[in-house]
Design a protein around this ligand. Structure first.
Ligand SMILES: [Zn+2]
Length: 479
């Protein structure tokens, strides 16, 4: 009875945007946080999910941090829970990972699995279980359980129909991102005024954090799909696939998910679905899309992202949720661990100071937008074990080339650490300095989108504001 009352009243709260009362919070505490039991397997509505995340983050402030990246069209917060030893801020050497679920409002298993994953990680850490402690000590994990809460509210519980797929404006969010290939073809990009609120929020999020690896979770098929999703009809088109410079890494990442999944690797588990060799596919080869999120992550945010289709049925019956969690749990954890592939480190200038925007390139991988160091002077480069020649370019400094032997990082919960120490060019010869934007002559013509700027809301200030509201709410709860 209490549960019903809470749900009904909380929906009223949703309309007014008011903070939940202490009484409601107490009832939800008893609903979610019974210490010994696992989170219930069912579809929590948006308000219940928000409350669960709020209470969980209040109970575990040492390893979790709840923040909002913005609001949906109807004003629902897009909550992200960050987990890790330093959940509030980036630590040098600790890679940023993210999962995004429920981008299509009617593809709902992902949001259930994300809450279960959060529950599992936190309980594992509290119980001092090695798998969780090692993961959270080495990685900062951001989870956005729903990117499309408005679509979820509208969705049908059907396995196939697409009611609720789009956001409140009926727009498919996975077609609404800036598209590198559309830019290359000089096709008109989406007018910034038509960029949906949820997409603007994610773009702003990618600018706040330097994510290294990511996946977005969908339903309606059982396959791990990887970039590119689009093509310019150029040299990237190989045998019907649109191949990225990091195709070997993407193929590995997809197979990590499919082979750790109970059945995805068999590749033929859904009726009326094409067979997928080993349960993986190049996105374009499956079907081309323009304005997808994974290409945007990869091309513009140097974050390698996969699209994971994790259930044949878009809205599975609740009684199937425990089994579906069991089928996906190992894959979800193994995929996060892949953030420790390759090499990581910082680039220091001639004075020994870490520098932003140094271009760090790997021979044979001409990324459309060259990978650059972030505001901490850090770079992360996911690579399979092997020998790689790096070229580091920064204004007024000599171009640095080094060959590194890269081991398998996930076994160690850390990529290989390697800093690059640049040497300044004497002032008299600076006129011949390297220009990072022209580090690779083939890229100069291929990077019109790298300077892409989008009109964004003042994301940072709103996040602070939202954090304050959450903080005040927690004080009320705790009192
Ligand atoms: Zn989808």
């Amino acid at each position: 009875m209490c549960v019903c009352v809470c749900v009904l009243e909380s929906r009223t709260d949703l309309q007014t945007g008011s903070v939940m009362s202490p009484l409601h919070s107490f009832l939800f505490l008893s609903l979610f946080l019974t210490p010994s039991s696992q989170l219930e397997f069912r579809y929590h509505n948006n308000r219940e999910m928000e409350q669960y995340l709020t209470e969980l983050s209040a109970a575990s402030p040492d390893i979790t941090h709840l923040y909002s990246i913005g609001q949906s069209v109807r004003g629902q917060e897009l909550w992200v829970l960050a987990l890790g030893r330093s959940p509030h801020r980036h630590s040098v050497g600790i890679p940023e990972f993210k999962y995004v679920a429920n981008m299509h409002g009617n593809e709902v298993l992902g949001r259930v699995l994300m809450l279960q994953l959060i529950d599992d990680l936190v309980r594992g850490y509290r119980n001092n279980e090695e798998w969780s402690v090692k993961l959270l000590n080495s990685t900062r994990i951001h989870i956005l359980p729903t990117m499309n809460p408005d679509g979820f509210d509208e969705s049908d519980t059907d396995c196939l129909f697409s009611q609720g797929r789009g956001n409140y404006n009926g727009v498919d969010l996975n077609r609404n991102f800036p598209d590198a290939f559309a830019g290359l073809r000089k096709q008109p990009q989406i007018d910034e005024g038509k960029r949906e609120a949820e997409v603007r929020a994610v773009i702003g999020w990618l600018r706040m954090e330097s994510f290294v690896l990511s996946a977005n979770l969908h339903g309606g098929a059982l396959v791990a799909s990887y970039p590119y999703d689009n093509s310019n009809g150029g040299s990237e088109l190989v045998g019907g696939a649109s191949i990225s410079p990091d195709d070997d890494v993407f193929n590995h990442l997809a197979k990590v998910y499919s082979h750790n999944h109970a059945s995805m690797h068999r590749g033929d588990q859904c009726r009326d679905s094409s067979p997928f060799l080993e349960g993986v596919t190049n996105g374009y080869l499956w079907y081309p899309i323009t304005g997808g999120m994974q290409d945007y992550n990869y091309v513009w945010a140097q974050c390698l992202e996969l699209t994971l289709e994790i259930s044949c049925c878009k809205f599975p019956p609740e009684n199937q949720l425990p089994a579906l969690w069991t089928e996906n749990r190992k894959s979800l954890l193994a995929f996060i661990l892949q953030v420790h592939l390759g090499v990581k480190g910082r680039v220091f200038n001639g004075s020994g100071v870490p520098v932003q925007n140094a271009v760090v390139e790997v021979r044979g991988r001409s990324n459309m937008c060259p990978f650059r160091t972030d505001k901490h002077g850090e770079y992360y480069r996911l690579l399979l074990p092997g020998n790689y020649t790096f070229t580091v370019t920064y204004p007024s400094h000599k171009v640095l080339k080094e060959t590194l032997n890269v081991p398998h990082g996930p076994d160690q919960y850390s990529a290989m650490k390697h800093d690059f120490m640049l040497r300044q060019i004497p002032a008299t010869t600076v006129s011949t300095q390297a220009n990072p934007t022209n580090a690779n002559s083939t890229q100069a013509n291929l990077t019109p989108g790298c300077n892409y700027t989008s009109v964004l809301d003042a994301g940072a200030s709103r996040n602070s504001w939202t954090g304050l509201v959450v903080g005040l709410g927690l004080v009320v709860v705790l009192l």
